[in-house]
Design a protein around this ligand. Structure first.
Ligand SMILES: [Zn+2]
Ligand SMILES: [Zn+2]
Length: 259
């Protein structure tokens, strides 16, 4: 299914994405998107992680840069300025403040703490429950328009056991309760496949997660999670994700309502 928007786009400020902001806009226009949302990794004051996210003091320069492009390209594409946030209870007030400064936020939980412990390195049974708990709290905050790569925890695992089922159910229940759609992330399938218990596959989208999401009737959108402008031109990634999820009925949204 073709999608006319992408709300998951990074910039070079996070330290692991490339290109000029304007190059992402040009790529999105070329790809035929009507809406482009920038959602670079939110910086948290006092926690410098230069390879993972922008610094706290880069946040306003980032917003200004996107605002400029928004005006400059308004006749060709609608641009939105946002953040991909991680939910930490300790950062709640900061996140509420920052939501007022941007157009939208998406939730992408990569680390247990604002200073690290990546779920992608290893995500044991206790971690996966913490991952789900943080996501539930982030969704309950009312700040986020969708949940990026809900199945991210599979990067740090090679099996999908009872704890994963429990965590997935918790995430899907929260998705329904707080009306936060789930993202079918289109970056996961560009990562080197791992040797999982059910074969050599990419970590996400992970079939067993989406079987559970389907049984709950969760809403879904695709997200390119672009870390390079040309990523936005790879529309065939959608076909590849659909192949991985073939036979699973998913409620795709043709529009995303921003919160
Ligand atoms: Zn990133
Ligand atoms: Zn992202």
């Amino acid at each position: 299914m073709k999608q006319t928007f992408n709300f998951h786009t990074h910039t070079s400020r996070c330290g692991h994405a490339y290109g000029w902001d304007e190059q992402y806009v040009k790529a999105a226009i070329k790809a035929g998107f009507q809406k482009l949302g920038f959602s670079d990794h939110m910086g948290y004051p006092g926690y410098s992680m230069p390879k993972d996210r922008m610094d706290g003091d880069q946040v306003f320069e980032y917003l200004e840069s996107i605002e400029k492009l928004k005006n400059q390209y308004q006749d060709q594409i609608q641009i939105y300025k946002g953040f991909e946030i991680e939910w930490y209870d300790s950062q709640k007030d900061y996140l509420i403040d920052m939501r007022k400064a941007c157009d939208y936020m998406i939730l992408g939980q990569h680390m247990k703490h604002p200073y690290g412990y990546g779920y992608d390195y290893l995500c044991d049974d206790e971690d996966v429950m913490m991952y789900a708990t943080q996501i539930e709290a982030g969704m309950a905050s009312g700040l986020v328009s969708y949940l990026a790569h809900p199945d991210y925890f599979m990067l740090g695992r090679r099996d999908f056991n009872e704890s994963c089922v429990e965590a997935s159910k918790k995430i899907c229940e929260a998705s329904l309760r707080y009306q936060v759609p789930l993202e079918i992330n289109l970056k996961g399938l560009t990562k080197t496949p791992g040797y999982y218990e059910d074969g050599k596959v990419s970590a996400y989208p992970y079939r067993r997660f989406w079987e559970i999401a389907s049984s709950y009737g969760c809403e879904a959108v695709y997200g390119f999670d672009a870390h390079s402008p040309a990523d936005l031109l790879e529309s065939s990634r959608i076909h590849r994700a659909d192949e991985i999820l073939e036979g699973i009925s998913i409620h795709h949204l043709s529009e995303l309502t921003l919160k």
